[in-house]
Design a protein around this ligand. Structure first.
Ligand code: HEM
Length: 273
């Protein structure tokens, strides 16, 4: 194994050889340098979010310490994401029901329009707006915030996101509330597990020939949107938005640089564009 940690791997030009080694050699193991367990293969990535012994956040710290008592902390405390228990189940049902009724065709049309606006605006480059502003505006518009309120909501969300990373652990990190055993290995209460969704996507046990790009795959196992009881309810909407933006970029003949660098983030692979 190289000196790379799963956190550093997020910024590698090609992290997949590293992930493949984790999947085959250390599918569920404690990383000394990271001070956390790492779940890399499909079996572990399925087991962790579905376990009652684990929590999305440290049980004693439901809101990141750095933002307790701030407006960002108040919003964080109401999120469906990064919570567990009966409140999460109840609120998630409401959010999932609403998302299931979202008109994805309308969302795609709106996304295409906002994308064209961003491309026409020119400026330093449309990428920041396409990666963050447009999706936030579309979701805001679907909730009824239109006529400028969509832009205002997108700005507020960007501000909130700025407040969180300083003290929040990665979203895909889980903390053991009580002992958790997987593959014969015991995680003690208080320890953390980092769930590597991108590594599990390419586990040959669930996706044969996983490194080949084959759009016609039958029943691919995709962990990008999480797993088990914490699986993302926004997948159809997010996919419709992403497809609409890519379609507009292709129509405009725009592409990004071939080898971008990636941001210093623990839980998302976001390019510097
Ligand atoms: C490409 C875009 C997206 C990706 C890759 C993504 C990915 C994920 C992942 C991996 C999780 C699981 C987090 C965890 O286990 O702690 C999650 C949870 C969640 N996502 Fe998404 N998501 C996307 C877009 C969206 C959108 C557009 C919405 C709603 C408008 C949404 C709503 C949620 C909610 C409410 C949860 C919490 C589920 C729970 O903890 O039970 N997501 N998402």
């Amino acid at each position: 194994m190289t000196a790379t940690t799963p956190i550093d791997a997020v910024r590698l030009p090609d992290p997949y050889p590293y992930y493949a080694r984790l999947v085959s050699e250390r599918p569920f193991a404690h990383d000394e340098e990271l001070g956390a367990w790492v779940a890399a293969d499909a079996a572990a990535v399925r087991a962790v979010p579905g376990s009652d012994a684990l929590r999305a956040r440290p049980p004693a710290e439901p809101v990141p310490r750095g933002i307790v008592g701030t407006p960002a902390g108040e919003v964080f405390a109401d999120l469906v994401r990064m919570t567990d228990g009966t409140v999460q189940v109840r609120l998630k049902t409401v959010v999932a029901d609403a998302l299931a009724r979202a008109d994805t065709a309308y969302a795609a049309r709106l996304t295409a329009r906002f994308t064209r606006e961003a491309l026409e605006a020119g400026g330093a480059g449309p990428w920041e707006e396409l990666m963050f502003g447009v999706p936030a505006r579309v979701v805001a518009a679907l909730t009824g915030l239109t006529d400028g309120a969509d832009r205002e909501a997108a700005r507020a969300i960007a501000d909130l996101v700025q407040c969180i990373p300083a003290s929040a652990p990665p979203a895909q990190q889980r903390a053991a509330a009580t002992p958790f055993v997987h593959d014969g290995r015991a995680v003690a209460g208080g320890q953390q597990i980092l769930v590597l969704l991108a590594a599990a996507n390419r586990d040959p046990a669930v996706n044969p020939d996983p490194h080949a790009l084959s759009p016609g795959r039958v029943n691919p196992m995709v962990f990008t949107f999480g797993a088990s009881s914490h699986r993302c309810p926004g997948e159809p909407l997010a996919s419709a938005l992403a497809a609409a933006i890519v379609t507009e970029l292709r129509t405009a003949g725009l592409s990004t640089t071939d080898t971008p660098t990636y941001r210093l983030l623990a839980n998302a692979r976001i390019p510097n564009l």
